[in-house]
Unconditional design. Structure first.
Length: 140
């Protein structure tokens, strides 16, 4: 077979995957026999695989069941997809920024209107004083 053949790569990846499953299974059985608490991190370290690999492996349900039995805790809920969380987080962040900008704009507009109202009250007072000094203007 020629080197770099796609079929060779697939079979090598399959062998590597099966070896990792075998290491994880052996480590899990060892933890079961010893009565040691079973966690994804602990098993990953013992088996020399990643935590992500264990979560995606067919051993996941068995690990979760053993962990729950040993700890007396309910099985872990399914993880939320990262893309959904990231999207929601981005939307919340964008809306929060937009609300902050609208509040700043509203505050500035309110201050401007209060200043204009105060100026109008001042003009009105000044005109009343002028009317009082010069008397009533003739009726039209």
């Amino acid at each position: 077979m020629p080197r770099g053949n796609a079929e060779n790569l697939r079979s090598a990846a399959q062998r590597k995957h099966e070896a990792a499953i075998a290491r994880a299974t052996t480590a899990l059985e060892s933890l079961e026999r010893d009565g040691t608490s079973v966690t994804f991190r602990g098993l990953a370290k013992t088996a020399g695989v990643s935590v992500d690999f264990l979560y995606r492996s067919p051993l996941r349900a068995r690990i979760a069941k053993l962990r729950a039995e040993r700890e007396g805790a309910p099985p872990a809920p399914r993880p939320v997809e990262v893309s959904d969380t990231a999207t929601q987080s981005n939307v919340v962040r964008a809306l929060t920024a937009q609300i902050g900008e609208l509040r700043r704009h509203h505050r500035a507009e309110t201050e401007h209107l209060q200043a204009a109202l105060a100026a109008a009250h001042g003009e009105n007072l000044e005109l009343r004083r002028q009317l009082g000094r010069h008397g009533q203007p003739p009726a039209a």
